[in-house]
Design a protein around this ligand. Structure first.
Ligand SMILES: Nc1ncnc2c1ncn2[C@@H]1O[C@H](COP(=O)(O)OP(=O)(O)OP(=O)(O)O)[C@@H](O)[C@H]1O
Length: 242
C-alpha cells in the first residue's frame, strides 16, 4: 500500500527535552493506526509532526510525497488543507451555525465546491441526516463528534488525524465513534491515525504504535485490550516492557 505519511528519523526537541527521538514510520493508505503510550511519551508531538502542524527539529516528514520541513508556514497550511483532516477531543463546531454549515465550512473557506454525493454518503453513514439543520448544541456529544468526523472527511483527505476523539464521550457514544472510524477505513478506503489513552479504542485499529520516551517501542496488531492495558500500566510505572 502507498504510504500517505512517512517519518524518517524524526526528532523534536524542546530545549534539552527530546519529545520525539529518531522516529521512523510509514502510514499506509487504508489503515487505521492507533498511537498509545504513557503521558509525556510523545504521542501528540508525533501527531503534530506527522500532520504538518509542527516542524521537526531534524529528520524528514513527507505528506502526499512532499517534504513538510522544507515548506513555509503558509505552504504547510495549504498542504494540510489538501491532504489532512482533523478530529479533536473537543468537537470544535461553531455554535452559531447549523451542523450542515459546520461540515462544509472548511471547504468553503478553501474555495472548494462541496461534493454533494460524497457528503450525502458520509452524513448517511454517521446517521445525522435529520440533524443537519440543527445547531450543534441540539446534538449529543456523540452526534457532535460524528459531525466533526464528516467535516474532517468532507474534502476526501488522504489521512485523518484524530487526537483523543473519544476522550469526552460516554462509553456507548465512544464505541459508536470508533466503530464509525473503522467503517470509514474499511468501506471507504480512508486512512486514520488516532492518539488515544483507551485500550478499548486501540482494538478497533489495524495496528497500535506504543510509545515511550519519544520512541515507538512496539507495533501491535489488533491487541486485546487486557494485553495492551498491562503493557501500558508497566510502561507508566517505568517497568521494563519485555
Ligand atoms: N511546546 C512544548 N514546549 C516544551 N515541551 C513540550 C512542548 N510540547 C510537548 N512538550 C514536552 O514533550 C514531551 C512529549 O509531550 P507530548 O504532549 O507529545 O506527550 P503525550 O504522550 O501526548 O502526553 P499526554 O498523553 O499527556 O497528552 C513532554 O515531556 C512534554 O512536556
Amino acid at each position: 500500500m502507498r504510504p500517505v505519511v512517512t517519518l524518517d528519523r524524526v526528532t523534536k526537541r524542546y530545549g534539552d527535552l527530546v519529545a520525539l527521538d529518531e522516529v521512523t514510520l510509514a502510514v499506509p493508505q487504508g489503515r487505521f493506526v492507533a498511537v498509545m503510550g504513557p503521558s509525556g511519551s510523545g504521542k501528540s508531538t508525533l501527531l503534530h509532526c506527522a500532520a504538518a502542524l509542527d516542524r521537526p527539529t531534524s529528520g524528514t516528514v513527507k505528506m502526499g510525497g512532499t517534504d513538510v520541513g522544507r515548506l513555509s508556514e503558509t505552504k504547510r497550511t495549504v498542504l494540510r488543507r489538501k491532504h489532512a483532516g482533523f478530529v479533536f477531543q473537543s468537537y470544535n463546531l461553531l455554535p452559531a451555525i447549523s451542523v450542515q454549515d459546520n461540515i462544509t465550512l472548511p471547504l468553503r473557506l478553501a474555495g472548494v465546491r462541496p461534493d454533494r454525493e460524497w457528503l450525502d454518503e458520509l452524513v448517511h453513514r454517521v446517521g445525522l441526516r435529520d440533524r443537519l439543520h440543527h445547531k450543534p448544541a441540539a446534538l449529543s456529544g456523540g452526534q457532535q463528534q460524528r459531525a466533526a468526523i464528516v467535516r474532517a472527511l468532507a474534502a476526501r483527505p488522504d489521512v485523518v488525524f484524530a487526537d483523543e476523539p473519544t476522550g469526552a464521550l460516554d462509553l456507548r457514544s465512544a464505541g459508536q465513534v470508533l466503530d464509525l472510524l473503522r467503517e470509514l477505513v474499511d468501506e471507504l478506503g480512508q486512512t486514520v491515525v488516532m492518539v488515544t489513552h483507551d485500550p478499548a479504542a486501540a482494538t478497533r485499529a489495524h495496528e497500535t504504535l506504543v510509545m515511550a520516551d519519544g520512541r515507538v517501542i512496539d507495533v501491535l496488531d489488533a491487541p486485546a485490550p487486557e494485553e495492551l492495558a498491562v503493557r501500558l500500566t508497566r510502561l507508566a510505572g517505568g517497568e521494563p516492557v519485555r
